[in-house]
Write a protein that binds this ligand. Sequence first.
Ligand SMILES: Cc1cc2nc3c(=O)[nH]c(=O)nc-3n(C[C@H](O)[C@H](O)[C@H](O)COP(=O)(O)O)c2cc1C
Length: 200
Amino acid sequence: MPDVTAFNDRSTPMSLLLSRRSGKARDMIAPGPDAAQMQRILTAAARVPDHGKLAPWRFVIVPESERDALAEALDAIYVAEKPDAGRVEREAVRAFARQAPALVVTLFRPRESHIPLAEQAASAVSATMTLAHGAHAEGFVSCWLTGWAAYSPAVTALFGAPGDSIVGFMFLGTAARPLEERPRPDLGEVVSVWRGASQS
Ligand SMILES: Cc1cc2nc3c(=O)[nH]c(=O)nc-3n(C[C@H](O)[C@H](O)[C@H](O)COP(=O)(O)O)c2cc1C
């Protein structure tokens, strides 16, 4: 049987889904997606199920030319929030902004609607995940990161409007080395067949 989890097996739609895995953002090298590839990746990400057609998500591209500015902005916010931060911590914050050839910040922008907030958030998460699949389909690796920056209101304000939240910092690029697979859940643990009342 072919190893359908081989990272480079994008030969069929199913092998594409079965082979996606994250890379480490700090290990990503050029090239990242060019403008046409990024357009396709984002077009795919914007095709997610979306109850009420609210588009409760946004994608903010941070171009390479703005990475230093982002690093400085994150550092300034970090120091304001954590005045005792040391040099190493601050350097890690700056390095976060500069890693990988491409960065897209995905935002959850909830709408006034009868559609429950959780459903709107589900659509935003789906868009973020589809972005990861789109990157894989275009031959790149991705990494979905959050951490301190995703939960800082001041960082969120760099990218979005009041009320937005950051779903993920999506780093995209080329894997510098073969990716390591991680253990995946045993399907026996996460899948069951409902058999009506006899189940309980
Ligand atoms: C919402 C979300 C936030 C994440 N944030 C981080 C993070 O801040 N740091 C980290 O090391 N991994 C984070 N991860 C995990 C990685 O993105 C990735 O899922 C993990 O490395 C496993 O890779 P896989 O995609 O091959 O399963 C996050 C995942 C999700 C879904």
